[in-house]
Design a protein around this ligand. Structure first.
Ligand SMILES: [Mn+2]
Length: 360
């Protein structure tokens, strides 16, 4: 039997971080549509249920538009059951009088639903004292036991403590809250996983996004799970070290090469790192100009520092060499000061000192 483990959709999320209003609107629509695609996938692949592990909506009182979309998808996929456990962002969502028949919900006590020989347990954990919930969970070895929860794994009384769920006969624990796919063992038998968000929402939600496909066989046989990348666009963060480059133009080329294999439809953040003997002022603008038309969205962060090739200048027969030797010979200078003075001095000698520094 197949199940989809998803959650943290955050429908209604602004998606506005570093995106133009137009693009943010596009991403909002894509996020919604991905939920619809997940429902289609469940239907086409004969999944018994879609397990929604919390934060379906981004706000406690979701916009009517987002609610309508969600319940429309549920209603238009009557062959799929949606098991919806609330998280910490959607607690105030109370669906209207006529909840669809294929929508199952949970509450503040353990509750389970049966799908043949599979039981799906869930409990909506309180903000405080999440840990206490584990004590009251019992499962039945005559079933494959799947547990749904929403919250942070940890060791405090306010978190989900994985060890508390060991030896409880859990085959798979479907968690929501953390926005990237990750997981681990519960005990010698069971495993837990966070499904992550189905679409990255901003530059802090990078990498592959999708859902977990769960396949059960029979009670007593291990369940098979696999992460299915499903996002319409991926958000990338690529770090480029430009220490080995010889000029700003060369550094720009190296950055462009570093992102060459990334699909055009994706969102890209380039983080430039390293130390160069030349000034990289304007490198961000150069890259934004050359690459912004290529990606859905682009952000460039330049964290590189300028470090003149001080050692190399020491043997040079030039004004710059003379300056370096003078600095080297001054016993009162700390290494840090020498570097700082050298950086400014070399800039001044090459005529690249910025106006603001010249005035001071
Ligand atoms: Mn969330």
């Amino acid at each position: 039997m197949k199940f989809i483990h998803t959650g943290d959709l955050h429908l209604g999320s602004k998606m506005g971080t570093r995106l133009t209003p137009d693009k943010a609107a596009t991403r909002k629509a894509e996020l919604r549509y991905t939920f619809r695609r997940i429902a289609d996938y469940a239907s086409q692949n004969g999944c018994a249920a879609v397990l929604l592990c919390g934060d379906v909506f981004d706000e406690n009182e979701p916009m009517l538009d987002d609610k309508n979309y969600f319940y429309h998808v549920v209603r238009t996929h009557p062959d799929v059951v949606f098991a919806y456990l609330k998280g910490n962002h959607d607690t105030g969502d109370r669906f209207s009088e006529e909840a669809p028949e294929n929508l199952l919900t949970f509450g503040s006590e353990w509750r389970y639903y049966e799908f043949g020989d599979v039981r799906v347990y869930g409990m909506e954990l309180p903000e405080k004292g999440k840990r206490a919930a584990a004590a009251s969970l019992t499962t039945d070895p005559a079933f494959v036991n799947i547990v749904m929860l929403h919250g942070q794994i940890g060791s405090s009384a306010d978190s989900i403590v994985i060890q508390d769920y060991a030896s409880k006969g859990i085959d798979y624990m479907a968690l929501g809250h953390v926005h990237s796919y990750s997981g681990g063992p519960i005990d010698m038998w069971g495993e837990y996983a966070y499904c992550g968000t189905p679409e990255g929402r901003g530059f802090d939600e990078t990498g592959a996004k999708g859902f977990v496909l769960i396949e059960t066989d029979r009670p007593g046989a291990r369940v098979a799970t696999r992460f299915v990348p499903f996002a319409q666009r991926t958000i990338h963060e690529i770090h480029v070290n430009i220490s080995e480059t010889v000029s700003k133009e060369n550094a720009a080329d190296v950055c462009e090469e570093a992102v060459a294999g990334v699909p055009d439809k994706d969102l890209m953040r380039i983080v430039i790192e390293g130390a160069t003997p030349f000034d990289t002022d304007g490198l961000e603008t150069t890259l934004e100009n050359s690459l912004s038309g290529r990606f859905f969205a682009l952000s460039v962060k330049n964290l590189s520092t300028e470090e003149p090739d001080y050692e190399g200048f020491l043997n040079e027969i030039s004004l710059r060499g003379e300056f370096a030797r003078k600095l080297e010979a001054d016993p009162d200078l700390s290494d840090a000061d020498r570097k700082r003075i050298a950086a400014l001095g070399f800039k001044a000698l090459s005529g690249n000192l910025r106006e603001d520094i010249k005035v001071r």
